[in-house]
Design a protein around this ligand. Structure first.
Ligand SMILES: Cc1cc2nc3c(=O)[nH]c(=O)nc-3n(C[C@H](O)[C@H](O)[C@H](O)COP(=O)(O)OP(=O)(O)OC[C@H]3O[C@@H](n4cnc5c(N)ncnc54)[C@H](O)[C@@H]3O)c2cc1C
Length: 441
């Protein structure tokens, strides 16, 4: 699977310094090339993990199962900040151990906690049974590779409106074109518009061209009738059919714009995003946004109800802080349920937190500042023709980031603009919707 960010936005500057200064003979990749996930592992993460500065500190095969303060549960306050954290881990052989730490940076991601198909946030009735029978796939199945036989020739329903859904839909179309012409592709989204992706919805308009290309290609598939688009669909219940002779494998019952609606498929790909699991920190004092489950101060900057464009205002250690002094959640998990996270944002978050741990408590950047470091700036270790969408952070002496001028995407009748969208919390038109309204008047 290929990333939509080029190498220059996938490499952290501090990591590049470590790699180039070690004796491993690391060669920087072509900064404008798009790595695959395997490239990222083989050419970046594995060599980085092997550097002398990092290798001795790794504890592989250790799953963190809980974090607390030494001898203090969540309720007790006196002297809390002065006590070390206790991080309980389970090793590969099942042994549980406690490690001590003066600070904890939780970068455990959200990949293993997908949202359910149920539009209300609970699993749809029958969803667990259907998943247990192998009829619902989450994340990104390998449609053209290992899972090909599974999807070839079937009727596949993809649910979700983000880049994962787009990636699966494009892969299914490729599967049908190259190997299995009888494959049928249905795409269901909850929104009333098919505007699918968090970015600008076209290669020309997105700061990350490869991400925008997903939207452009998907739009061509929908407009060409190769993907059957169902808008305004809210899944409530899944019926698995009793046997192989009963036709399609699954019926998804839900609610559409005209009332009750059902969709049938052999398989469902659930691409409805991810959510954080804060169970390991249940003995710590967290300030989480009630909607996003991100750090509370970060939420207004990343709320997908407002920030539909995929850019994220500047943020760092101050926005990531919790009442539990010394505990930070960074990376994908820091965004909670918000979907627009990028690697480069995480690198800036970590840099900011580590700078603070090292004593650099510089004033935080103004959240109103946009977050597009110039290509070739410190956030981009090598020159880069894509404008990163990232977060300059506290302790940074970087020059203010500059957004790249953007082309405006022209909406087609099949892909209406977002102008009707209201902020779900306030009922007011969202800023993005308002600006689109203005631009179409
Ligand atoms: C389909 C998809 C495509 C994406 N494409 C891009 C892209 O092109 N460019 C981009 O910049 N971003 C992309 N992203 C966003 C991307 O996921 C993040 O940028 C990045 O992977 C997040 O890194 P992370 O370290 O926060 O989390 P993860 O990459 O999820 O890493 C978390 C790690 O923590 C480990 N872990 C979890 N729980 C525990 C525990 N209890 N104990 C110990 N270890 C634990 C996990 O095993 C994992 O190794 C994409 C995301 C998705 C879902």
């Amino acid at each position: 699977m290929r990333l939509f960010t080029p190498w220059c936005l996938a490499l952290d500057p501090a990591a590049v310094r470590l790699l180039t200064s070690s004796d491993g003979g690391w060669t920087p990749p072509d900064s404008d090339a798009l790595p695959t996930g395997a490239d990222l592992l083989d050419r970046y993460l594995a060599p980085l993990a092997a550097t002398p500065a990092i290798r001795p500190h790794l504890r592989l095969g250790h799953a963190v199962i809980g974090i607390t303060r030494q001898d203090l549960d969540k309720v007790r306050s006196p002297g809390r900040e002065r006590l070390p954290f206790v991080v309980r881990v389970r090793t590969r052989d099942g042994e549980e151990r406690d490690l001590q730490a003066s600070a904890v940076i939780d970068a455990s991601g959200t990949w293993t906690h997908p949202n359910p198909l149920g539009a209300g946030g609970l699993p749809a009735l029958g969803e667990r049974t259907a998943a247990a029978r192998g009829l619902v796939h989450t994340g990104l199945p390998d449609v053209l590779g290992a899972d090909r036989a599974h999807f070839a020739g079937g009727r596949v329903l993809v649910v979700g409106a983000g880049h994962s859904a787009a990636t699966s839909l494009l892969a299914l179309a490729e599967l049908r074109r190259r190997h299995a012409p009888s494959t049928q592709i249905v795409w269901a989204v909850r929104s009333a518009t098919p505007r699918p992706l968090v970015g600008k919805g076209s290669a020309a308009a997105d700061e990350l061209p490869a991400r925008g290309q997903l939207a452009t290609d998907l739009r061509a598939l929908v407009d060409g009738g190769q993907v059957e688009l169902v808008t305004g669909f809210h899944a409530r219940q899944l019926h698995t059919n009793p046997g192989p002779d009963s036709g399609v494998g699954i019926t998804v019952l839900g609610h559409g714009p005209a009332g009750p609606q059902q969709l049938q498929a052999d398989l469902v790909i659930n691409a409805t995003g991810f959510r954080p699991d804060h169970t390991v920190a249940s003995e710590l004092r967290l300030a989480l946004d009630p909607a996003l489950e991100s750090a509370a101060a970060l939420a207004p900057l990343i709320d997908p109800n407002v920030h539909t464009c995929g850019t994220v205002p500047a943020h760092g250690v101050h926005q990531l802080a919790h009442p539990e002094h010394g505990y930070w959640i960074v990376g994908m998990k820091s965004y909670g349920r918000a979907p627009t996270f990028l690697l480069a944002t995480g690198y800036e978050q970590v840099r900011s937190v580590v700078a603070a741990l090292a004593g650099d408590q510089a004033r935080p950047p103004s959240p109103s500042r946009p977050s597009h470091p110039r290509p070739g700036s410190a956030a981009s270790p090598t020159s880069c023709s894509a404008a990163p969408v990232t977060a300059p952070a506290a302790g940074s002496s970087r020059s203010p980031p500059q957004p790249r001028p953007r082309a405006r995407a022209r909406p087609s009748p099949r892909w209406p603009a977002t102008a009707q969208e209201a902020h779900p919390r306030t009922g007011e038109p969202s800023p993005a919707a308002s600006s689109q309204l203005a631009s179409h008047r």
